[in-house]
Design a protein. Sequence first.
Length: 222
Amino acid sequence: MIETWIIEDNTSYSTLIRSAINQSDWCTCEHEWTTVADALKYLSKGDIPDVILTDINLPGMNGIEGIKEIKAKIKEIEIIVLTVFDDNEKIFDAICNGANGYLLKSSSPEEILEAIKTVVDGGSSINAGLARKVFNIFSSLKPAEHTYGLTKRENEILNYLVDGKTASEIAKVTFTSPLTVQTHIKNIYTKLQVNTRSGLVSKAIKEGLISKGGKKLFGNGL
């Protein structure tokens, strides 16, 4: 079972989403918090979820700051923003702080569940309507000034990682073994000096390391 937490101060909405999650046969939500501080306290006790759904506009610490704090404690937790905000600054800040997905509250329960499955499988998820906005945000950034010594194959795999593909999926499309792909991924992480998939995606896009033509920024995006 995939364990999911919700950080949301609108209790009616969080109860609705929690109910939808618990009706699935592969995902469960045992905890919902109204503040990031409360979630962080519980994390310190050692109860660690696979995924956290968080709003942005929260009492006390906002969700974007919360993403950074949570990732600093447990980098393996996948975090999906679930909000009404679709402005460029919040999307950019959320992704750069480590968000693995960005959904609007207009998303259906089915879309939210699919996003949870996507990030747990190693991908990233964003509302289709926001994908072009995300592309425009990052395509305006300056081209890469530092290639980090990536080989041609590593550059290819980096693009697939940013595209949201898992190691096994990359092995299939590159006609190589999963072990070989894992070795390349390890080398990419070392050269880019990152430790998480979200950190890798953020750095690759921000520094212009990926090929934009024909590439998706997120699993269900462009």
